[in-house]
Write a protein that binds this ligand. Structure first.
Ligand SMILES: Cc1ncc(COP(=O)(O)O)c(C=O)c1O
Length: 377
């Protein structure tokens, strides 16, 4: 998004501002589609559950990964008016409830929709059999998350060695396991994570078949990296490696799903904030801005992500710190930005901040989340 447009928007709507560019969402979706022609794209709603973003992917024919009943309801809004059969087909074909742990109340609400849900342990099987017996299952497998920016394998995934026993356990409880899912960790720049996960799953498919269970789908999860900087491998090269392994190990009739989040949304979000204070501290210029880590920059904490701040004005760059507006020292966006000498009331902005940012913004210290503006809808 060019600087002139950003400045016009912040002057019109006020600061802090979170701008979502829907042309960029469509571009990212098309890129994913192009490089993964065999894969059904389930947008991971948690990355940014703004209904306008969900609508753009819905209009593109997208499918959805939801991980809470609230996210399910957000997607359901768009299909509520479909005839009953079309609505049910949409839920079965285009929604996966991809949180392996589900509250009983959620299962009870979901059951009437006969959803596809993930699981990774025995207790969950018992819960699903009791509270959502009409659900189809995908078994989440623990796979290497080596080098990924956000690690997920310490919390989720059955060990490959226990997979077929867990499939049998679900079967013994009257449930059908449709296939397997995994997640290589978010912002995965190590293709080997995908390759190893696909191998592990191919072995489980074979072992399951030998024990009488035919699996029909493989969900390769999220993790596809956003191009935050030049060190991130090219998406086309990563996709090529993944596709080769899928095609080699999984016959055409096996459905392949993916749950990209960050890749689709990161580059579509830009944050604009205003300088509200300025001080020299520790021999360094510090800018205090009206957005911070309790707000749009929450990814600094939760997503282990760093965002650079840019100035709308040219000038000799100097080492600066940038702090958020709250009375907490944790609210530090960066201790090493290169920014010119700017005045209170001037603006800064960060690009590629669409994923896991506004989604985890709070009202801490009385400061509300940034105003959201959608462009190119
Ligand atoms: C089950 C599941 N699927 C998909 C995603 C989206 O991952 P990403 O944003 O790395 O594509 C996540 C993120 O945590 C997840 O937990």
């Amino acid at each position: 998004m060019n600087q002139k447009t950003l400045l016009e928007l912040v002057k019109k709507h006020g600061s802090p501002l979170f701008v979502v560019d829907h042309a960029e969402l469509r571009k990212n979706y098309a890129l994913f589609r192009k490089h993964f022609p065999r894969v059904q794209i389930y947008y991971a709603v948690k990355v940014n559950s703004d209904p306008a973003i969900v609508k753009t992917f819905y209009d593109l024919g997208g499918s959805f990964d939801v991980a809470s009943i609230q996210e399910f309801r957000t997607v359901y809004e768009y299909i509520a008016k479909l005839p009953a059969k079309a609505r049910q087909d949409f839920i079965w074909d285009k929604i996966i409830y991809a949180n392996p742990i589900k509250p009983v109340e959620t299962l009870e609400e979901l059951d009437r929709y006969k959803p596809l849900v993930t699981y990774d342990n025995h207790e969950e099987v018992k819960k699903i059999a009791k509270h959502a017996p009409h659900a189809g299952l995908a078994l989440r497998i623990r796979v290497p998350n080596t080098g990924s920016m956000v690690e997920l394998s310490s919390k989720f995934g059955a060990l490959p060695g226990e997979a077929v026993d867990l499939i049998k356990y679900a079967h013994d409880h009257g449930l059908v396991v449709e296939g397997l899912s995994f997640h290589v960790g978010s912002q995965c720049t190590n293709p080997q994570n995908y390759i190893q996960a696909i191998h592990l799953c191919a072995n489980i498919f074979a072992e399951a078949k030998s024990r009488g269970f035919t699996l029909k789908l493989l969900d390769i999860g999220g993790g596809f990296p956003a191009a935050y900087d030049a060190t991130v491998p090219k998406f086309s090269a990563l996709a090529k490696q993944i596709n080769q392994e899928i095609d080699r190990l999984f016959p055409k009739e096996i459905e392949i799903l993916a749950e990209p989040g960050r890749f689709l949304v990161a580059s579509a979000g830009t944050a604009v904030c205003k300088i509200i204070g300025k001080a020299f501290r520790n021999d360094k210029l510090g800018y205090y801005v009206d957005d911070g880590v309790y707000h749009t920059y929450s990814g600094v904490i939760f997503d282990h992500c760093t965002y650079h701040l840019k100035s709308f004005k040219k000038g000799t760059p100097q080492l600066c710190a940038v702090f958020g507006p709250t009375c907490d020292a944790l609210d530090t966006i960066s201790l090493s930005e290169q920014l010119p000498d700017l005045q209170i009331g001037e603006y800064l902005y960060s690009e590629n901040i669409g994923a896991y940012s506004a989604a985890s913004s709070t009202h801490f210290n009385g400061f509300p989340p940034a105003t959201v503006v959608h462009v190119n809808r």
